[in-house]
Design a protein around this ligand. Sequence first.
Ligand code: BES
Ligand code: ZN
Length: 939
Amino acid sequence: MGKGYYISKHLATAAMVLAAIALVTIIALSVVYNREKSKNAAKFSKATTLPVFPTPKTSNEPWDKYRLPDTLSPQYYNVTLWPRLVKNANGMYIFTGISGVMFTCEKKTDLILIHSNKLNLTVFKGHHAKLTGLSGVTAPAIKTTWFQSETQYLVIQLEGKLKPGKDYWLYTEFTGELADDLEGFYRSEYMENGEKKIIAITQMQATYARKAFPCFDEPGMKAVFHITLIHDRGTTNGMLWTGGQTIFGPTKRMSTYLIAFVVSDFTYIDVRIWARKKAIEDRQGDYALNITQPILEFFEKYYNTSYPLSKSDQIALPDFNSGAMENWGLVAYRETALLYDPRTSANGNKQRIVTVVSHELAHMWFGNLVTVKWWNDLWLNEGFASYVEYLGADYAEPTWNMKDQTILYDLQSAFAVDSLTSSHPLSRKEEEVNTPSEISEMFNTISYSKGAAVLKMLSEFLTEPVFAKGLSNYLKQFAFGSSVHSDLWEYLQKAVDQTPGIKLPYSVHEIMNRWILQMGFPVVTIDTRTGNVSQKHFLLEPEAVVDRKSEFNYEWFVPIKWMKKGQVQDQLWLLQKSAIHKPMKVSKNEWVLANLHVSGYFRVNYDLGNWERLLSQLESNHQVIPVVNRAQILDDAFNLARASIINITLALRTTKYLLHEREYIPWEAALRNLNYFFQLFDRSEVYGAMQAYLKKQVKPLFEYFGTISSNWTTVPSGHTDQFTQIIALSLACSTGVEGCRELTRSWFKKWMQNPPNNAIHPNLRSTVYCNAIAAGGAEEWNFGWQMFQKATVAAEAVKLRSALACTKVPWLLNRYLEYTMNPEKIRKQDATSTIGYIASNIIGQPLAWDFIRANWDYFFKLYGTGSFIFSGLIRDVTYRFCTPFELSQLKRFQKDNAETGFGSGTQALQQAIEKTTAKIKWLEGNKEPVLQWFLSESA
Ligand code: BES
Ligand code: ZN
């Protein structure tokens, strides 16, 4: 893209049939600014001249409520924004804007509430807005205007009433800061050819559109947007503008949170993947480009609806808070979620890209075309995309067995938090979710992973064609509008009713209510001696008291797919607490395996005899049991043992067959459970015996991969085999299998001797870097740091950034923690994950915990209460906690910061306390048998 160009052309491909107008597009901008950024001296909020009224605690005024009244509905916005990519005289980056919104009065009112946050509004005749009536209507005069900071409204009181059915035009002019805060309209910086580049970009979800221009900022308040951006082209001289403007055609009717625009000099490749010029030149966008078209095709077929827009842009941004954002027509990604460099990126990076792209493109229909009315139903939006992302990814990469991986990344991760009493139902009442921090707290594992697992179960018991049919009718019905979750149930039910041969014991609505209105999930116990099948709410802490009441008494309608000694049987429904299912009574040489292909969201326990028969089947010929069920047997057994439902030695015995296992999913499931053991025992005497046992178990796998990779010089061809190879290497090195550490150390050394030539295979780099830096000292660390700073591929930078946290040298770790507070060293988007990496290191954990405690106030202010990052941060730094002392520290932390609060981390803190309590109790009775078992098995 040459200097002085900007594009606003729309791309219509064959697949994107709708010829209408594009939402937003990129503005390519070539401006050369060399000035170094220094820290913003003045905080923008100080410049705000609007009077700020604190919220009286007891007030019941409309402006004290977080939800907009139903008196007005926006129809059309006309917004012009002008970002300045150079500092102004006060040393700040700002943008200016003008905005008009046409709204219809639905109910008589003399009050206008419109969201506006951190904007400095111009005053006309004493008021912060102008109001006119349309089509000959006279608007009442403005009485007074003010800014209500708590609820983020511009409040406009009128002298007279607005009339129902009439349209009005509200006009504002404003200035905002183009801060580096990753929210609303913000700025990102990066280096190119030794030069600092600045770009202006947006992130509106969930409540940041109001930071870019005044708007009715709720997902259900859909409108048409007409956006104009003023931007420089060619050179400019400080504030002197010699540029142009790009006018975007009116959008479809859409929600404010899905708007996006970008001002940059990025360049693109067709269907359009945008990124830094260097990244595109290096062909890092090619993979995303190759998979986008097939994924769009897949979803068009799956939803039976054509792509709703006339263009599709995707952009990789150097600074981005979440992994990716489904802005309609301009999807934004972190660089690691979109850019792939075959020379340096691992196959895991590739898999991340195909799943993230698939997830966001799934939202173009589910979420964007049809939007949930309010954030309480966010689980439906995110859970749905998290489920179908595997279907889209599977279509684009059919040999990768993507669908099987859902059990690792959704089902099992959801189980981990949904087995605590601090969990919550998927669906929240509309009144329960109001403030920005309550909204960001909805972006959690329950919404994403439990949502995905429960929807997958639904699709499986309806069968995919019926599910897809109902879905497509639902999308047609609510296109360009909004809906609630029961609307989807209704359309799925219609599809069931129209399909002969499908029988449900209850309606979709009744079945699903049990899964979405009560938290948790059941453990189904099958007694193969009698055929008795029963269910019980599964809790990690058996004696925990469940305060939350459920109208369904913690009973579910459970669809059970199963097999008997390798033969698939008819599906059963467990509809009561307990029932006899005759076919499940089996003879002494048969076994029952339930939750076949792990399609249901529940755990399974058996009578001891059946467990024994399953274990011997695993040891004699594990392949009779489907691969995902092998993973599930391991995960169920370990978790049943953690909940004291079965003996821990029974769970440990499920790992014995791993000597013969070569598949990724069971190994990954085993590794996660064993890692949990590592965390519990790596400071105790159990550690040595455990290491010895695992060393024995992983040795054949390590040798197997050594052989098939010609002594580690090639990688296996199968996609998931490449993952298993990484497991083999990392577990072999951490347990001290002969030859492993020498191997990784020598690879790293070679690289240090000749940095331009890194011969370590990209797949193995994370493991090799981590091992070498852990074994080394300052020299290795500093080398890693230099390579990190020089990295031009984001995926490579992440591998180094996480490996730097592996050092065992405390002062290096402490210095690294300090770096997370300096955005010149660690980007703000990466700060909390870096702290998390450090906390996963046994030496780093107490340092990270002290660091967080000492700086909680700072982080909280830096990220703002609405940020969703706190939950991950708290989870990571407390992950290893298992002693009474650590528990008391946690409680103390909770007390000490009660005033500042924990924002989106409130639940995570509750979960940490509960998990620690459960671990302490469990360790009391189990440490000794675990030690004895490992000793006897490693002898
Ligand atoms: N809508 C979200 C992005 C988001 C998350 C915005 C939290 C605001 C707050 C997007 O669709 C998403 O879910 N992104 C994921 C990646 C996905 C593959 C699970 C993310 O950002 O991690
Ligand atoms: Zn999403």
